[in-house]
Design a protein around this ligand. Sequence first.
Ligand code: EPU
Length: 436
Amino acid sequence: MNPTFKEAFTIKGLAGEHKLQGTIGIHGAKNAALKALAAAVLFDGPVTLDNIPDTNDVGLMIDILSKLGAKVTKQSVHTIVIDPSSISHTAIDTELAQNMRSSVVLTGPLLARFGNVTFPAPGGCVIGTRPIDLFIEGYKKMGAVVDLIDDRTYSISAPTGIQSTELFFNIQSVGGTETLMMAAVLGKGKTVLKNCAMEPEIVNVAEWLNAAGAHITGAGTTTIEIEGTGGKLLNSKQSYTAIPDRIEAGSFLILGALCAKSLTIKNCQPKHVESVINVLRDSGVEMDIGVDTITVRGGKKIKPFNIRTHEYPGFPTDLQAPIVTYLTQVEGESMIFETIFEGRFKYAEDLSKMGAHITIMNPREILIKGPTPLVQLPEMDELRAHDIRAGFAIVLAALVGTGSFKVHNVHLIDRGYEKLEEQLTALGAEVKRIPV
Ligand code: EPU
């Protein structure tokens, strides 16, 4: 998997008109698929994973698994078979892991199955400090020995297996919850995890693991209990299907409210984006909600609103940047309080260059005064994606803007959105992927 770094999007702005129209289908959830790929290590043979989005991060996780010796077969664009039986070592590749924070999730299943793992402090999106202390402390509580081999490489071993324990997460962490849950699946006795994250992706993976022989209760609540199998591997006949990507759905909901006459989002789970539906609806956006569809009609007069990002089921941090782009077009003042990650406002500078009135009050709060037209920049002053979601926010800004725009660093958008330009083109947007 080799992301193409030298690509940009060219986007013709709609000058604020609500012109886009049509239907788009939501892909499988990247943040569930990545964890399922890691969890495949716990299985007794080749296991099939379905509805896996074809994004760069999924490609990276496949590369990391392959480097460990797992046999990975792509049966079709969205179906992957992983055979963990051939894993020959447990040292996660440094270079690959540096590019993706969720590589750290693999440490749980590797430790559970092989009793040891070596991994570099992970990299990933540039969205502030993202420590791994919860993982390290969790492993210690589970009876593992953690060594820092050099400044950046951890070696963890649990030669007698993961021991039963009870632990409380000081911060609700999606990756921490998933990783320690997976580590405990093959362990001895009962593990109780408290103050867990409740994201639907955790439930999706836990339900699959249970169907394959794991004993997990409480996923989707703040207390998860895992009765370890005592080393018995999970049944590879049980395939996995990723739930629809709620962040992709939420992104398109915001896009629809901003740029579409009428946009139907299909193959989604509306209840997973209730926080987004709620703020948009309260502010005046018209929507029809079906069982697995949402139709959004833009063009109405919208009231400004304030948001605090929150763990699920609150307003997701991953939609903070897109909603700020949206609020630049709404009359009045809106405030956003980013509670999950510090320093996730890098994209705001680009929006300001385009004409937005945005004040970063502090690393967590941002004030938006709208509406302001967003305009084409001088040739030398081009836009770029800072991370996956900030990238989507900039694409959104270009779409609503006046003029022609070039957005660089498309490989970062590709980490989380599958062929975004094709989805947008199908709705009537003029978006092209070009080499630069
Ligand atoms: N945290 C710690 N110590 C740890 C782990 C986390 O302090 O050991 C802190 C983080 O710094 C952050 C908070 O806990 O302030 C919550 O982070 P969390 O661990 O929940 O985030 P994550 O698991 O690393 C996942 C998603 C992110 C999403 C966050 C929050 C995946 C692969 N990534 O990250 O998604 O923003 O949860 O919902 O599941 C994206 O898709 O673009 C993306 C960044």
